[in-house]
Design a protein around this ligand. Structure first.
Ligand SMILES: NC(=O)c1ccc[n+]([C@@H]2O[C@H](COP(=O)([O-])OP(=O)(O)OC[C@H]3O[C@@H](n4cnc5c(N)ncnc54)[C@H](OP(=O)(O)O)[C@@H]3O)[C@@H](O)[C@H]2O)c1
Length: 194
């Protein structure tokens, strides 16, 4: 069976964005979890998809100009992900969204559809977020691995990664690594028992 691996960037107090809806402590939204080579599908929450599509379309169309949403140049890692995203199927989990600009995007209506996707043949699936989808799929027992990049910051107010998680869930630490700028990479597998 395909594995579902979530990659998220969070502050030390578990916030994935500040109160204004932006994680301004994240300098690049590149795929920094080492997943690109092992996945052939992305799972994206309905809450984040419209903004996500806009963000990466801007880089795909103008990789070497200031990004209209951040006013900074895309990093080389972001340009890499823009290319991978263009050829990778994206599945948006949403009961309300019905259309996307990207031709390789389709829609799943809930947890049952996600479970069916996992049973299909293929490579691993990159669960990109946002917070509510990651928590919902962990609660449903559909996530195999969590890769967190933890930033050296107490963000205070903002959206917590696990604010909507309802089930207790034990994790097994597989790898911890100190990165530059005080960030820490943590890889956990999800245990079947609580
Ligand atoms: N820091 C990071 O690494 C990172 C990564 C990704 C995203 N983000 C941020 O996360 C924010 C979006 O997160 P979010 O929590 O608001 O929204 P989200 O997780 O992207 O989407 C939530 C939506 O997904 C749909 N859904 C379907 N089944 C679900 C289930 N079982 N559990 C939960 N949701 C389900 C629902 O859409 P319908 O109501 O349409 O059915 C729900 O409203 C964005 O602002 C983005 O910037 C941060």
């Amino acid at each position: 069976m395909r594995r579902v691996i979530s990659g998220m960037k969070a502050s030390l107090d578990g916030k994935i964005e500040g109160p204004d809806g932006v994680a301004d402590w994240v300098q690049a939204w590149s795929e920094d979890y080492g997943l690109s080579h092992q996945i052939d599908a992305c799972l994206v929450g309905g809450g984040m998809y419209p903004h996500y599509e806009q963000y990466w379309t801007a880089i795909q169309e103008n990789p070497d100009t200031l990004h209209p949403m951040t006013n900074r140049l895309p990093t080389s890692g972001e340009k890499d992900w823009a290319r991978v995203a263009e050829r990778t199927t994206h599945y948006v989990v949403s009961k309300t969204l019905t259309s996307a600009h990207w031709p390789r995007t389709s829609f799943l209506r809930g947890v049952e559809d996600v479970a069916s996707l996992i049973r299909q043949a293929g490579k691993d699936i990159y669960l990109m977020g946002g917070a509510r989808l990651v928590s919902g799929l962990i609660d449903a027992g559909l996530v195999d691995e969590l890769r967190l990049l933890v930033y050296p910051l107490i963000a205070g107010d903002g959206k917590a990664l696990f604010a909507t998680a309802r089930q207790r869930r034990a994790l097994e630490l597989k790898k911890a690594e100190q990165l530059e700028d005080g960030r820490v990479s943590l890889i956990y597998s999800l245990c079947l028992t609580p």
